[in-house]
Design a protein around this ligand. Structure first.
Ligand code: HEM
Length: 256
């Protein structure tokens, strides 16, 4: 893959992440005086692309599955998203990223899914680099620190009825999307090791859901019970397998 990308990359047009990395490598090689320590080896390139796939695919697809599952359980939430889309975007054009401010209820739904079913309920283990403290707890250098994000996102002191799926908690009194109504909301972690893909992931989630819900209503197949909302603990908090029926919306059929 690296070889064929290297062949195809001419140094002018950056089409994707691999091109961007190859461009940095080319400019480091051509810099005068040479920039020692800034070279990107083939290993660097391959590991970076591997990291992006590893950290970016399973996480985002899992959030999409949780969202679909919650929409099956809460059809009124799905209806509200579709009403908002019909009013603000209509059926004559596709949703764009620039429509995000127009669809606060969809944004709030994504935020609520990330709260109630955090992809990484224990984040990623961290190690303290120096003696330090968190609140009243002292943390010695070298200690392994595991953040219980599940408990942070389900803390009754911070969230009203935390077990309830309620996108409305991410809306202000004017119906605008609140990015973080409580400091106890860290679906992408925080600090120096915060998720590098947060912005990209939010764009992907928005576009995927907006496109699907503009055309389809998601339903539980008639012969199936409502699937379980309990997760399976793995690399990420996984959804148990379930079936979904995507029914073309009458409004979409009539408009096309
Ligand atoms: C909804 C989707 C995603 C969620 C919920 C998510 C969540 C997280 C979390 C919780 C962490 C650990 C933060 C910590 O330990 O403090 C993390 C790290 C990371 N994420 Fe994501 N992530 C998502 C999508 C992505 C995407 C799309 C990419 C890349 C394209 C990505 C790249 C990374 C990387 C590289 C790290 C490690 C950062 C570091 O250790 O410095 N993530 N993510």
């Amino acid at each position: 893959m690296l070889w064929s990308c290297g062949e195809a990359f001419c140094g002018d047009t950056v089409r994707d992440l691999m091109d961007a990395l190859l461009k940095v490598r080319l400019s480091a090689e051509n810099s005068s005086p040479p920039a020692p320590g800034l070279e990107l080896t083939d290993d660097h390139l391959l590991m970076t692309v591997g990291d992006i796939f590893g950290a970016g695919v399973e996480t985002t697809t899992t959030v999409l599955k949780w969202t679909v599952l919650y929409l099956l359980h809460y059809p009124e939430v799905q209806r509200k998203i579709q009403e908002e889309m019909d009013q603000k975007i209509g059926l004559a054009r596709h949703p764009h990223l620039s429509d995000r401010p127009l669809l606060p209820y969809l944004e709030a739904t994504i935020s609520e899914v990330l709260r109630i079913r955090p992809v990484s309920p224990l984040l990623i283990p961290h190690v303290s680099l120096a003696d330090t403290s968190i609140g009243e707890y002292s943390i010695p250098k070298g200690a392994r620190v595991v953040i219980n994000l599940w408990s942070v996102h389900h803390d009754e002191k911070e969230w009203d009825r935390p077990e309830e799926f309620n996108p409305g908690r991410f809306l202000d009194e004017r119906g605008q999307h609140i990015h973080s109504p409580s400091p106890s909301y860290l679906p992408f972690g925080a600090g120096i090791r915060v998720c590098l893909g947060e912005v990209l992931a939010k764009m992907e989630l928005f576009l995927f859901l907006a496109w699907v819900l503009q055309r389809f209503t998601l339903e539980c197949p008639q012969d199936q019970p409502l699937p379980s909302l309990e997760g399976k603990f793995g690399v990420v908090l996984q959804v148990q397998k379930f079936k979904v029926k995507a029914r073309l919306r009458d409004a979409w059929r009539a408009a096309s």
